[in-house]
Design a protein around this ligand. Structure first.
Ligand SMILES: [Zn+2]
Length: 659
């Protein structure tokens, strides 16, 4: 390998090739000024999470536990050693998955976002510095950077796109570099990413190889690199990859071309198919390229596929993907709670995709979906201590469950041989405050409620909104608006889709503020220090599924606010089998605090009936189900299950017969 010190001037051709890009927000997704978007993201420096709030605590835990844990495991499992071998600094054999570099890149991205908030974190700083330098040393003279193919399979390079994950890994490198550059944490990582991206343009660009990667990711990454640099060939290549997909270039593979969304051109797809993470990353790339190029056909297709995904194939927790065999979407309404694959990465990808759709369209339904995924399908993946993770997030874990693999465990594991999920959590949580609010011409929009603050330039003046709330445990959101603007502007507050009744007060007085398209819009000249209180009523909801979801027919899920609840073995009398418990519909379900469960601020209490199954697996159906013995039930937030015991759990609860 050619050693290049990062302090060296860039080699010829690697310097700025266009005028300096305009100032863009320091945000996970930063559309260019000319992009066709309805909303503009705020930067991570324009938003802050209060460490006393739930999201702030998640973010602090991510910084103090999850990211250091990921770094430790990258060392322990050979990911870093692989890169050293690729740099020619050891003769060690490659270890781990052939796409193990991507775990380094995602952790690096998370570390960059975190360092933007905590610049004094010396150990994180040294990880970023050391890893950036190592990646530069591991990069080939032509820009190629992938430790598996450099160390273990040099003859296979670029030869098996359906399997290799080379462009997938490249994409995560690019995203890490974009984060490191936008935050200013390590701008020179962008030179490494650009060398690789330039190689991709040369190889796969116009007139080059007509190939796509079996695992989408490069599309959204190249669009972001274009946003960072203004270098149009990156965006053009992202679009070319989208245009080439759906022609069967990847071949049938083991699971058929729909597994990697290569069965139909992306603009013509009517259904989400195949590997859920691949589908969702592809959709993110479609939105990015669509808004940057003004290609409405890509955005139209993404919105059409959203309807299919969310109305027919998404779990009540916001999780995606019901099949273990190919980590894939199932048939419409095929949503078994116990066999749910529901990969953590798919929930994160859904969050990221919905954010892009929200920016593109301003439609509240995308923020609703982000919230549902975040508080349930994403949050459940992390243990209370931030150091154990679910890969698969089923909605039921049976008595006597035996997992057939790492991803089918009834407990969170500290790491995985395929460790895609933990570093994905690290990068999302570290940038979480970048997803709270947006600005648009007429004002500021708050989409996710969390204790903290946001600042923005609105109507030509600086605006600050401080938020106090115990959301999601309580529905009261208190905002203090500080604005020097002497012209009216609009503060838009999302009314979540689960909320049927709410009240707004400004300066202590009630106001009539009908929600339109999912937002209450308050327009006025804001006197500094004006207080706004939004009270979202948060009754317990008994949620039923569409009748075609056979797997949960006759069941309800309990929910309150954005949180889905579950029953856990730990709350049942000893000897009780969870699968025998029925919900008694005659007993009200109430929300309350349990002093003996400090980590579970609001639990639900309900009435149950204990059925008495016979010994036979099958029997002639009785004319009427008998009532069983009554028992008191406690339901806890789904995202917290598995922190007290590995015991059985279920979200969907069978309802006892009445009468
Ligand atoms: Zn994953």
């Amino acid at each position: 390998m050619t050693e290049q010190k990062l302090s060296d001037p860039p080699p010829p051709g690697l310097g700025p090739r266009e005028p300096t890009a305009p100032v863009a927000p320091v945000a996970p997704v930063a559309p260019r000024p000319g992009a066709v978007v309805a909303l503009r993201p705020l930067g991570v420096h324009e938003a802050r999470l209060d460490p006393g709030g739930l999201l702030g605590r998640w973010q602090r835990r991510n910084a103090e536990d999850t990211i250091p844990h990921c770094v430790d495991n990258l060392h322990a499992h050979g990911n870093i050693a692989n890169l050293r071998a690729a740099a020619g600094e050891s003769g060690d054999a490659f270890t781990g998955m052939w796409f193990a570099d991507s775990d380094v890149h995602k952790t690096l991205e998370g570390a960059a976002w975190e360092l933007a908030s905590s610049p004094g974190d010396a150990s994180l700083r040294s990880f970023v510095d050391d890893t950036t330098a190592l990646l530069a040393r591991a990069q080939g003279p032509d820009g190629y950077l992938n430790s598996y193919f450099t160390v273990a399979a040099p003859d296979e390079r670029w030869r098996r796109p359906e399997w290799s994950h080379e462009l997938y890994c490249a994409g995560h490198l690019v995203q890490a570099a974009v984060a490191a550059a936008r935050t200013g944490v390590r701008p020179d990582l962008a030179a490494v990413a650009r060398r690789f991206a330039d190689l991709l343009v040369e190889r796969f660009g116009p007139g080059g190889a007509e190939e796509v990667c079996g695992h989408p990711e490069i599309e959204t990454a190249l669009a972001e690199l274009y946003r960072l640099t203004g270098h149009r060939p990156y965006l053009d290549l992202a679009r070319r990859f989208l245009d080439l997909r759906g022609r069967g270039l990847l071949g049938p593979g083991r699971f058929g071309p729909a597994y990697y969304q290569d069965h139909v051109p992306v603009r013509e797809a009517a259904e989400v198919t195949g590997h859920a993470v691949r589908q969702l990353y592809l959709l993110a790339g479609m939105v990015d390229v669509g808004v940057e190029t003004g290609d409405h056909t890509l955005l139209d297709a993404a919105e059409r596929l959203w309807e299919d995904a969310v109305h027919r194939r998404t779990y009540v927790t916001g999780a995606h993907g019901s099949r273990h065999r190919d980590e894939a979407y199932g048939d419409p309404y095929e949503l078994p709670p116990d066999r749910a694959y529901a990969e953590t990465c798919a929930a994160i990808a859904s969050f990221q995709w919905n954010w892009r759709l929200l920016l593109a369209t301003g439609r509240a339904r995308y923020a609703d979906e982000m919230e549902r995924a975040l508080y349930n399908a994403v949050a459940v993946a992390v243990s209370l201590d931030g150091r154990r993770f679910f890969y698969s997030n089923p909605l039921q874990s049976r008595t006597g469950h035996t997992g057939s693999g790492e991803e089918a465990q009834a407990r969170r594991l500290p790491w995985y041989s395929c460790a895609c999920c933990p570093p994905n959590i690290a990068r999302l949580m570290a940038s979480l405050h970048g997803y709270l609010a947006t600005a648009a011409g007429d004002g500021l929009q708050i989409h996710l409620y969390a204790a903290g603050s946001v600042t923005a330039e609105v109507a030509g003046s600086a605006v600050r909104v401080d938020v106090r709330t115990e959301y999601p445990w309580q529905g009261r959101i208190e905002l203090t608006v500080t604005s020097e603007a002497d012209t009216p502007w609009t503060l838009a507050l999302r009314v979540p889709d689960w909320c049927d009744a709410y009240a707004v007060r400004i300066g202590g007085g009630p106001v009539t503020a009908p929600a339109r398209d999912g937002y209450v819009r308050l327009t006025r000249v804001w006197a500094p220090g004006t207080t706004v209180v939004l009270d979202l009523e948060m009754p317990v909801r008994r949620v039923t599924a569409h009748p075609r979801v056979d797997a949960v027919r006759g069941c309800v899920a309990l929910a309150r606010g954005p949180l889905v609840y579950c029953l856990e073995q730990a709350d049942l009398p000893p000897g009780t089998v969870l699968e025998d418990v029925r919900l008694d519909p005659a007993v009200p379900v109430e929300a309350g605090r349990r002093e003996d469960l400090p980590d579970f601020p609001v639990v639900l209490t309900a009435g149950g009936r204990l059925s008495e199954p016979g010994a036979s697996l099958y029997a002639t159906a009785p004319a009427r189900e008998r009532h069983g013995a009554p028992l008191a039930l406690t339901a806890v937030p789904y995202f917290l299950w598995g922190n007290r015991s590995e015991g059985p759990m279920r979200v969907w609860i069978p309802v006892a017969a009445t009468g």
